[in-house]
Design a protein around this ligand. Structure first.
Ligand code: AMP
Ligand code: ZN
Length: 464
């Protein structure tokens, strides 16, 4: 029995799809705002989304999964203030918003591929659904949950008994303080949020609508697109925990306004990735991307493995030491898996059944990946070496997808004399704690196409 934690009820609940006849699970995942490179924190959330898909499939469900791409409307502050993130980025980089969207969409998709994040059944762009959003806003107005001002259309939060407190334990004071709402005398309540905004002259992304040239508020896209592809109610909605107090509360408000009910049955939220125990931020220069990890000789799949080391509802702390250990552990797990592959002994069938059960119990207990990985380690380390254990690990790989049957990449290669000499010189420099020289040699090796990785066994090279 698959159990998933639901932020809405604060309980682990048995998963039962709405479309039980066809055994289809319907999911909506809030996607990226494509104004910048996605960072490894974002990737934690999407690796979770991918794992959830795989766990549902492992349990025999078919999937109807929608993810959006936010390419308009997400302002620099979640509370309807500031500039559109896309427009800001375009201005700073002297590009059009469409060029920005294309560039960062391609970049994140490359990262998804490297992380073995599967494609969702539907990938939908906000700018392709402006008409659906406009209609959605009009329905909310018609139902009496929204009103027009000179600036646009606002959701009237006083119409909902529990506005802002469906998923979160927000109280109104906190909500107002959190939102740092700008005083706008035309708004009926300070916490009312924008659904449809009149575009100022200089605004680039704008569409002709019932209120003239406008652009959508950020939250409306998810309501309009989830309904279009999944219907008024669907099974699971995912996102990071930062979406709980504003974005998802507002999605719920919009859905109640238009359709009369909360759109998803189960709401799942991923806790944040932290860096060195704190926040990731531009000012601390610690906003790392998958490419940053690769530059340090870390495989993207080692990051996938690293995210499995904590349950998705607990914070995960990234440090360079921790990610290097994850890479080492993954290499060892591959080595242990290879030993099983080459094994010629007979496996104990009772043990196989027991491992299978333990693995299933782990993933079905609200996707407990640390436990699931522990089971894989137990199988890989079985003293009896058997191809049957290897086959079992490959079955578990339907969930983990860590290329566990891959040969480790730091295999013996013949290096040129120049490379060998540089390596030796660097070894000596490090021995003498001359890190300046050692770093210079590292750069030279980089120019020659090699990354140096300092491991316990000494220096290793990886082709870039
Ligand atoms: P955004 O493009 O800002 O909407 O973010 C995309 C997704 O990444 C959202 O689901 C966020 O909740 C999630 N996210 C942002 N920062 C982090 C983080 N540090 N750790 C985990 N998830 C994050
Ligand atoms: Zn969303």
């Amino acid at each position: 029995m698959l159990k998933l934690y639901n932020t809405l009820t604060k309980e682990k609940e048995e998963f039962k799809p709405i479309d039980s006849k066809n055994n289809v699970a319907s999911i909506y995942s809030c996607g990226l705002t494509v104004y910048n490179y996605a960072h490894i924190g974002n990737m934690r959330t999407y690796i979770f989304m991918d794992t959830l898909r795989r766990v549902l499939k492992y349990n025999g469900y078919k999937l109807k999964h929608v993810m959006n791409i936010t390419d308009v409307g997400h302002l620099t502050s979640d509370a309807d203030e500031g500039e559109d993130k896309m427009a800001k980025s375009a201005r700073e980089q002297n590009k059009t918003v469409y060029e920005i969207a294309k560039m960062y969409t391609e970049a994140y998709q490359k990262d998804f591929k490297k992380l073995n994040i599967e494609d969702t059944e539907y990938l939908v762009k906000a700018t392709d659904h402006i008409k659906e959003m406009e209609e959605y806003v009009q329905e909310i107005i018609d139902n009496g949950y929204a009103y027009q001002t000179s600036k646009g259309v606002y959701f009237d939060t006083s119409k909902l008994e529990k506005y802002g407190r469906t998923l979160s334990n927000n109280n109104m004071e906190e909500l107002l303080a959190g939102a740092r709402v700008e005083v706008d005398n035309e708004k009926r309540n300070p916490q009312d949020f924008a659904l449809w905004i009149k575009a100022p002259q200089e605004h680039i992304m704008k569409w002709d609508s019932f209120m003239g040239l406008c652009y959508p508020g950020w939250h409306i896209e998810c309501s309009a697109m989830s309904r279009k592809y999944l219907g008024e109610t669907f099974d699971i909605h995912t996102g990071g925990v930062d979406h709980i107090p504003i974005h998802h509360e507002n999605e719920i408000a919009q859905s109640i306004g238009a359709t009369g009910h909360i759109p998803a049955k189960t709401w799942m939220h991923v806790e944040f990735l932290q860096i060195n125990g704190g926040k990731m931020s531009k000012s601390l220069k610690n906003v790392y991307t998958i490419s940053d990890l690769e530059k340090e000789g870390i495989e993207p799949l080692a990051y996938r493995y690293f995210t499995f080391s904590a349950h998705y509802r607990t914070k995960l702390n990234f440090t360079w030491d921790a990610i290097k250990s994850a890479q080492t552990a993954l290499n060892r797990l591959r080595e242990a898996t290879r030993q099983q592959k080459n094994g010629t002994e007979k496996a104990d069938q009772n043990k196989i059944r027991e491992y299978e059960e333990r693995f299933l119990n782990a993933i079905n207990d609200d996707i407990n990946m640390p436990l699931a990985i522990a089971v894989i380690w137990d199988v890989a380390k079985e003293p009896v070496k058997s191809k049957e254990y290897y086959d079992l690990i490959m079955k578990f790989e339907k969930i983990t997808d860590l290329a566990l049957d891959r040969e480790n990449q730091e295999e013996e290669v013949e290096y040129s004399d120049e490379v060998k000499e540089l390596l030796e010189a660097r070894r000596v420099a490090r021995e003498n704690k001359d890190f300046k020289t050692s770093d210079e040699i590292r750069d030279k090796l980089k120019d020659l196409g090699f990354l140096v990785i300092d491991s316990k066994e000494g220096q290793k090279l990886k082709k870039v």
